[in-house]
Each structure stands twice: as C-alpha cells, then as structure tokens.
Design a protein. Sequence first.
Lengths: 110, 112
Amino acid sequence: SQTIHQWPATLVQPVGSPLSLECTVEGTSNPNLYWYRQAAGRGLQLLFYSVGIGQISSEVPQNLSASRPQDRQFILSSKKLLLSDSGFYLCAWQVGYGYTFGSGTRLTVV
Amino acid sequence: GENVEQHPSTLSVQEGDSAVIKCTYSDSASNYFPWYKQELGKRPQLIIDIRSNVGEKKDQRIAVTLNKTAKHFSLHITETQPEDSAVYFCAASPTGGFKTIFGAGTRLFVKA
C-alpha cells in the first residue's frame, strides 16, 4: 500500500540550533515530493519540491534547505533556526493530481 | 508565479445552512483546482477537485464551480453539519497538480 511517514511529530528547538525533519514514502517510485509550512492561522506555503533524487527546487529564499538522498526520502534541514521558523511543517506526496500529506511536524523555536 | 486568494477567512453558519467559499487565481494556465479540508491539528486532506475542462463537479453535499474566464472557483457545502467544521483550503496548479499553490484558508464553524 502507499503511505507517507513524517517525523518527529513535535519539536521544540532553541534559536540557533540545527534542524532535520524527515519524510519517507512507501509503495511508489520516483514520486514528486514537497515541503510546505503552515504558520499559525495561515495558509500553506510551498518551501521546496523535488522530482527525483538530488533534484531540489526552492520556492522561498530562507535559511532552510532540503535534500533527497534516496528516491523515497525527503529531508528538510537548517543549520541555525530562527524564531520565524516556527510553524507546522508538512511533507506531501503527489498522487496523480492531488497530494497526500504527512502527519506534520509542529516546530516551536524558542 | 501563481497566486491564490481565498475569502472569507472565517465563516460561521447554522447547522443545515449552506456554506460558500470563494477563490481567485492569477495564472491563466492553471488547470487543476483541488480543495482540502484540515481538521484541528491534523493534516490537510483532499475532499474534491476540478479540472479546467469542466465547470462544475458535485460529490454528495459538496460541489465546486469553476469560471475560467473570471479566474475564480468556489466550494459549496449544503446541509452543513458540525463535523464540517474545519479549515478549508483552495488551491491551483498550472501543471496538473505539480507545484500546487494554496489559498490562505477559510475557517468554517458550523453551529449546532
């Protein structure tokens, strides 16, 4: 079956600390993968997308980066977190035309 | 790039009434328009979508309409129920779902 996993579910990190969020999908190959961020009470902002291994496109300049070391693995990283990085981070997998989202990571930068 | 505007930001209706959420998009090349429902603390889930080759689509109590000329599309929920309470996002994609851009969301409250 096709599933998407995202972890951790919750994270509290101090300003200036590094970040690594991971997303993996099962039951498919060569998927289009996305990272979105949802700030409190706001919409979904597209951060990165990837159409294949090592292929990353950034939609918003910021101190975040993404990597796709394996076909079904998508990682969101930061070397130094800012307060403004707080939010709900969602990995998404394009299934046909629509998206299946991961369960999300709620990141609080303190 | 694509920009999606969504209104209203908050909508409160009585149980049994209808709810309408409206969105506009900027890129005339957009050809796919999904709607997602996000319950509190949960992931967004696709509830209905429409492609640019049709003007209306219905699935039980929900329907979407699309006006390509005016570049706007709407979600209609009839006979609302308390479990319809959630945040609804409209979205648009110029390439069949690729790089989907979302609206800011509408928080719908259905009062029993």
